[in-house]
Design a protein around this ligand. Structure first.
Ligand code: ZN
Ligand code: ZN
Ligand code: ZN
Length: 437
């Protein structure tokens, strides 16, 4: 029995024609079901989060509310319990050397994401040095991590703290699994840390139209947990896939998969994108741009499932190819956020309608971005109703329908991350607010 088989009875691995293996559902799942829950093996907070969150359990308490490690004054904890756990699991090896390490020229010369890798690698090395090697056996996360595929981008490892706990070759071997296996850890889908979750890395293949997604659960005094959540109904025997990247990265994702992960994505969305060929830039002329937006909205309204979901290229109108350009989504998001703050309201709603049509095209149903946008749209509608002091029945009905769709989608993926300040809280406030209209 491998370590994976012991992790969960919900899934099993079977051979895959091109990838290493594929992860299949042992039982049926409904949208919102948690397929796998896996605690962080090693993690590191983004620099902006230091002093805001507990370095052990990641609870957000805000600056001034955490206890500072007296050894290095650079790590922060809820209380002694979290500090004790972190100390035993590796901080005791890093504490006295940490400040010299992060101010060293070799660390400072690294690009920002490499600094995160270097810190994560340091935490991993420190952790491993605290564990008796006789315990690196088959049923442990260490074993699972070392069984992961190495990245084709096999550069040498960045400087670690402390040095010389292990040989350079061993540290390079650990580092070779970083590029294609580590995860961004998020709260309400905003990244706040990076981490290693060996079981999830070992189990799930990628799809740009995934049937499952990654979310995180933060509990006091516990390591942060990754949860793999079903986005839609999954039958027994279906492969479970998660997105390694935001599916909206339509142009760049192919080369990232090839260079970093060493595979060619065969999902339905990538098949259609390949059939479309070179994606043209969206028109610069504002009238032409608006025409494209109108055509996209009409297309989304008139079709049941997205052709990128079904992989049916013949159903994708080639004159809409430019909406697959990554700059199209950026222009629309900018237009929406600008108009939702400064008006005009109609332009904000039009941009939102087009964004939702685009999301329908490129994301699977219940993908987090859809629910998150619906909440932003509802906020814009609410602000407009309040500011204009108008209780126009059509606008109120539109707001209620947006809130109901947001609630339906977000219930599948929330709660996620911090207890407070999430989209569900905003949604509740808005639901209370509309009762008074
Ligand atoms: Zn804590
Ligand atoms: Zn310390
Ligand atoms: Zn794909």
């Amino acid at each position: 029995m491998t370590s994976i088989e012991k992790i969960t009875k919900n899934v099993y691995l079977e051979p895959h024609p091109t990838a290493r293996e594929r992860c299949m559902a042992s039982i049926p799942f409904s949208a919102g079901d948690i397929i796998l829950s896996s605690p962080s093996f090693v993690d590191v907070l983004l620099p902006a989060e230091k002093g805001q969150r507990c370095d052990n359990c990641h609870r957000f308490l805000g600056s001034g509310s955490l206890k500072r490690c007296t050894g290095c004054a650079s790590f922060f904890y809820c209380d002694q319990a979290c500090q004790g756990v972190h100390w035993k699991s590796g901080h005791r090896k890093i504490c006295k050397l940490y400040n010299t390490y992060i101010s060293s020229p070799s660390f400072q010369a690294l690009e920002e994401h490499k600094k995160m890798d270097a810190l994560l690698l340091s935490n991993l090395v420190a952790y491993l040095s605290c564990v008796d090697p006789t315990e690196w056996h088959v049923s442990t996360p260490i074993f699972t991590f070392r069984s992961l595929l190495q990245s084709p981008m096999n550069g040498s490892s960045p400087p670690v703290c402390p040095k010389h706990l292990f040989t350079g070759d061993f540290v390079d071997e650990l580092y070779s699994r970083f590029e294609n296996n580590n995860f961004s850890i998020h709260s309400h889908f905003n990244t706040y840390a990076h981490g290693i979750f060996p079981a999830a890395s070992r189990l799930f293949n990628h799809s740009c139209m995934p049937n499952a997604a990654v979310k995180f659960s933060i509990q006091a005094h516990e390591p942060v947990k990754m949860e793999i959540v079903a986005l839609r109904s999954i039958s027994q025997g279906d492969e479970i896939c998660i997105p390694y990247l935001d599916p909206a990265l339509i142009q760049t994702r192919t080369s990232i998969f090839e260079l970093t992960y060493g595979f060619t994505c065969s999902c339905p969305s990538c098949q259609v994108v390949r059939d479309v060929g070179t994606v043209p830039e969206p028109p610069e002329d504002s009238e032409e741009f608006r025409n494209i937006c109108t055509r996209l909205r009409e297309f989304a309204k008139g079709t049941g499932q997205s052709p990128l979901f079904t992989g049916n290229s013949s159903k994708f109108p080639i004159n809409l190819a430019c909406v697959l350009h990554e700059s199209f989504i950026t222009s629309l998001s900018d237009k929406f956020s600008q108009a939702s703050h400064d008006g005009p309201y109609d332009i904000a709603m039009e941009a939102s309608d087009t964004l939702l049509a685009l999301y329908w095209l490129i994301y699977p149903p219940n993908y987090p971005q859809i629910g998150l946008h619906l909440v932003e749209r509802a906020k814009a509608s609410w602000n407009h109703i309040v500011r204009s002091n108008s209780t126009d029945a059509a606008r109120v009905a539109e707001l209620k329908s947006t809130l109901s769709s947001a609630q339906k989608g977000l219930t599948v993926i929330e709660p996620e991350g911090d207890v407070h300040d999430g989209p569900m809280e905003d949604l509740q406030t808005l639901l209370e607010g509309v009762k008074g209209l």
